[in-house]
Write a protein that binds this ligand. Structure first.
Ligand SMILES: [Zn+2]
Length: 408
């Protein structure tokens, strides 16, 4: 078979020995210690080669709007209200241009798969959905984009929102999302979202339990419905910052329940750190759910970007390796095996959370490959290792020049 490219001596995240990877017609056709073939080559010299980073939770449609928003108190309430106002003047072209800027940043950071939430409500209508759907097609050469349509400002309290959500599902939304904490009737919203998900056969992704008051949680109802509807393995929840405010015994109990019913968790460190604990002025709590502890109970967990340059998070370079490093630092992780878990939470685990097919460096899979300037996943997290180049279905999708020192 004629090969298109041979990657020489790359190291996979779970194997010590370097391997050659042969690519033909956009697929990985052979992996072996040494492949004898006459084909264009790229020497990796033992560097890490992964199937790309997987961002399981981002908001492309409302990224890059800091210049038109208030960000005075830095609370969740202010962020939602400020974006709700800015959203009224969004156009499809404007959403596309901002989302494109953010998506291109993610591509050069080595992200090859992504789930973006898109807001649906009677004010913005389907503008965000249509803009991002176009972006998904225009960038399929670089990234697989899942679109999750969701009602940020509530469902049962917002007449017309459910009809729009259903229209988005009819027009190709990949996932349906919910946001019970902004709804006047959270349990009814949860029930409605499950009903629409069942009607269209979609996975569900909730924004959930986004404060640090552990006296009540919507998580119980989401677990109960997941179980009752037989939707295990198809439900994810994002934030769940309440889990940062409970003791280890209760966390273990909740972790076992999440694993049993098949509800996955996405932690969004940049946003959670920015918005939580604003009522405190001294000893501000971190407000980041302990994903690495939930992993020990068998929960599928991921670390993701969430917001970029808006009142929810006025930062963002779309680097998931930076997010893993930020989480490790905040969660006081020092052991190698926990650092490796942080790497898994931006690669294999979000791929599992998103039910992404054919992810991984394996024969028969699409040649979605990203080379990192590191030899080891734990060091990659510790040092915020930079991606050097990436392939999507065998075609080079980005290159980042390595830094050069110019000695005297
Ligand atoms: Zn979000």
């Amino acid at each position: 078979m004629a090969l298109d490219l041979l990657l020489r001596q790359g190291r996979r995240a779970d194997e010590d020995a370097p391997v050659d990877i042969a690519i033909a017609s956009g697929r990985i056709v052979e992996i072996a210690g040494r492949i004898a073939a006459d084909a264009p080559e790229e020497r990796l010299d033992g560097r890490l080669v992964i199937a790309g980073f997987v961002d399981s939770h981002i908001h492309l449609d409302k990224s890059c709007i800091l210049d038109r928003c208030h960000c005075e108190q830095g609370t969740l309430e202010e962020a939602i209200a400020s974006v709700a106002t800015a959203k009224r003047s969004f156009t499809e072209a404007d959403i596309y241009a901002r989302a494109q800027r953010t998506l291109e940043k993610a591509i050069v950071q080595g992200t090859t798969r992504m789930r973006t939430h898109v807001e649906i409500d009677p004010r913005v209508g389907l503008k965000g959905f249509h803009a991002v759907r176009r972006l998904k097609r225009d960038y399929e050469w670089a990234i697989d984009l899942q679109i999750c349509a969701f009602p940020q400002e509530g469902l049962t309290n917002d007449p017309g929102a459910e009809e729009l959500l259903v229209q988005a599902c009819e027009q190709g939304a990949d996932v349906i999302g919910g946001c019970p904490y902004t709804d006047a009737d959270p349990p009814t919203q949860i029930a409605r979202i499950f009903e629409i998900a069942r009607r269209f056969g979609l996975d569900i992704d909730f924004h959930l339990d986004f404060d640090i008051d552990p006296s009540w949680m919507h998580l119980d109802e989401v677990c109960r419905q997941t179980d009752a509807q037989g939707w295990g393995g198809r439900v994810a929840v994002g934030h769940v910052t309440k889990l940062s405010a409970i003791d280890h015994c209760r966390l273990a109990e909740i972790g076992r329940r999440l694993a049993d019913v098949g509800v996955a968790v996405t932690v969004l460190p940049a946003t959670d750190l920015f918005l939580m604990g604003r009522e405190r002025h001294l000893h501000v709590p971190r407000g980041v759910a302990p994903a690495h502890r939930l992993l020990h109970h068998g929960v599928t967990c991921s670390l993701a970007t969430n917001n970029v340059l808006n009142p929810f998070t006025p930062f963002g370079d779309c680097s998931l390796i930076r997010m893993a490093n930020l989480y490790a630092n905040v969660a006081q992780i020092g052991r190698a095996r926990d650092l490796k878990a942080c790497f898994d939470m931006i690669t294999t685990l979000p791929a599992r959370l998103m039910n992404a097919a054919h992810y991984g460096v394996a024969v028969g899979h699409p040649a979605d490959l990203v080379v990192l300037d590191s030899r080891d996943p734990t060091l990659a997290v510790a040092e915020v290792a930079q991606p050097l180049f990436g392939l999507k279905r065998g075609r080079r999708s980005f290159t980042r020049a390595a830094a050069t020192i110019h000695r005297p």
